[in-house]
Design a protein around this ligand. Structure first.
Ligand SMILES: NC(=O)c1ccc[n+]([C@@H]2O[C@H](COP(=O)([O-])OP(=O)(O)OC[C@H]3O[C@@H](n4cnc5c(N)ncnc54)[C@H](OP(=O)(O)O)[C@@H]3O)[C@@H](O)[C@H]2O)c1
Length: 273
């Protein structure tokens, strides 16, 4: 069974490079599909308070035939819970739903600059890390200028920035900024919610490598150095999406995928909220 490689974060902890994303996985399906992912070899599960399926993810972690310390669980504080005390309460609520003692990674889901509270939220994450309740802390949907403000005001940089990233939106500026500071870039909607998969370039590369278009895109993420968390709704697709470590794209292939860039976002620009 293939496992995704572990990638080091700047705090010394490691994260499996490919995980299973659970956005829009219904609460009733979360345990079954997360267990299918673990059976397929996934060791990294990405949920959020917003997704409404933390209970199912927690049950899967507790029932998985894999030791807890071999599984990596991420959840996220939602926009309504920004602020120091609010975030500490939201974390307790998430941990109650997950039923876990320690979380691997806690993220601020969106900066929501209009509320101007993300620095206080970040101070709460630092507190939780210092208390040992979460091993690693990071952000999601943060532009470089939001991260610079966190570092300026607290001296603590996130280990990861989880952003929308796929062939239409390769996020050059974010990846360059993150690389320079030792922050990992994690790709959400790595398949552009499945919409990029109909592109003829991907069909051509899939035929060339004897793979599927989804595997071509996920392999591109891996070679870029992204952490990547595809979502799928069937055990077959879940297995297919992890099976990207046995082949490589060449420079021509990478150039052909680079040419797909349009700048199209499937989600919102974080500065507009
Ligand atoms: N931080 C954030 O703000 C944020 C925002 C969005 C997402 N995320 C995270 O990122 C994860 C992934 O993003 P996403 O769920 O938006 O989109 P995605 O992973 O880019 O795409 C999922 C879509 O692609 C389809 N798909 C998956 N594997 C496939 C395959 N092998 N062949 C054909 N189609 C395939 C799925 O279909 P089926 O489901 O029908 O199989 C689903 O419709 C989320 O689950 C969540 O954990 C984070």
């Amino acid at each position: 069974m293939p496992l995704a490689p572990l990638v080091s974060m700047h705090d010394g902890h490691r994260i499996p490079q490919l995980g299973y994303g659970l956005y829009k996985v219904p609460a009733d399906d979360a345990e079954r599909l997360a267990l299918a992912a673990v059976a397929a070899g996934y060791r990294h599960l990405d949920t959020a308070t917003l997704y409404g399926n933390e209970e199912g993810v927690g049950r899967a972690v507790r029932r998985a035939p894999v030791p807890r310390d071999e599984l990596f669980v991420t959840t996220k504080v939602w926009n309504d819970d920004h602020g120091f005390d609010e975030t500490l309460r939201a974390f307790d609520a998430s941990m109650g739903r997950l039923g876990l003692d320690v979380l691997d990674l806690y993220l601020i889901h969106w900066p929501v600059p209009s509320q101007d509270r993300y620095v206080d939220t970040w101070r709460a994450l630092i507190r939780l890390r210092d208390e040992g309740r979460v091993r690693s802390i990071g952000v999601s949907n943060f532009h470089p200028h939001h991260i610079e403000r966190l570092v300026d005001e607290t001296g603590v940089a996130p280990v990861i920035d989880q952003v929308e990233l796929h062939p239409w939106l390769p996020q050059h500026a974010v990846r360059t900024f993150d690389t320079e500071r030792g922050i990992l870039t994690e790709a959400w909607s790595p398949l552009a919610r499945g919409r990029v998969l109909g592109d003829p370039t991907l069909d051509r590369l899939a035929a060339k490598h004897g793979r599927t278009p989804a595997q071509i895109v996920l392999r591109w993420h891996v070679q870029l150095g992204n952490v990547v968390i595809p979502k799928a709704s069937s055990p077959e697709r879940i297995r297919e999406n992890l099976d990207v470590f046995g082949f490589a794209l060449d420079a021509d292939d990478l150039g052909a995928i680079a040419a797909l860039e349009t700048g199209h976002r499937t989600g919102r620009d974080p500065d507009l909220d």
